[in-house]
Design a binder for this molecule. Sequence first.
Ligand code: GRF
Length: 218
Amino acid sequence: MRASRKVRVAILISGRGSNMASLVAAAQAPDYPAEIVLVAANRPDALGLATASGHGIATRALDHRAYPSREAFDAALQAELAVADIDLVCLAGFMRIFSAGFVEAWAGRMINIHPSLLPLFKGVHTHEQALAAGVRLHGCTVHYVVPELDAGPIIAQAAVPVRPGDDADALAARILVQEHRLYPQALALVASGQVRLEGARVVFSEGLTGAEGALLSL
Ligand code: GRF
């Protein structure tokens, strides 16, 4: 009997690509429900492109500066995703805002990892924001992408302590370890259909407690 088709995933990056590498590593397990078929970057110098090629994954560099508008870039990206027959898009350190039309076209099929416990600390410099706010817990969030930045329904979160003496680099490093655990787990939940988007709500399959999307590291 033919094995059921794995969910075909594209990962979009802008830089280092360590989260992308964690997804690629997880997807090597035979029973993982997704396969990573494409890694694309909006910066030709994104370091993660070489990492992906090294794993035999197709890569594309679409330099956003070469396109006359946001819509033109998004259309070029959409064409690449269509050619690769992509089912699901994972943003992993992708530092570019999409047009609303692109986001709507991928509604419920595009997820992102953000380095804070949303809805706290949207945007950039999240670790500086957390230190300035004096929170004792910080972390990362995997969420569906909606047109408003970092505002989409939450799939999974991991929390870490903020320790006395922490600076932004120390916090970033502590959280990155959890990002690399959380994102593969969240992608598996989405790709297997155990988690889905219904309207503006994330719904877990019967039998799941929601704890599957929660990690705590103290
Ligand atoms: C991660 O902290 C991610 O949460 C944020 O940007 C960083 C990307 O790191 N969106 P990498 O490129 O995955 O190493």
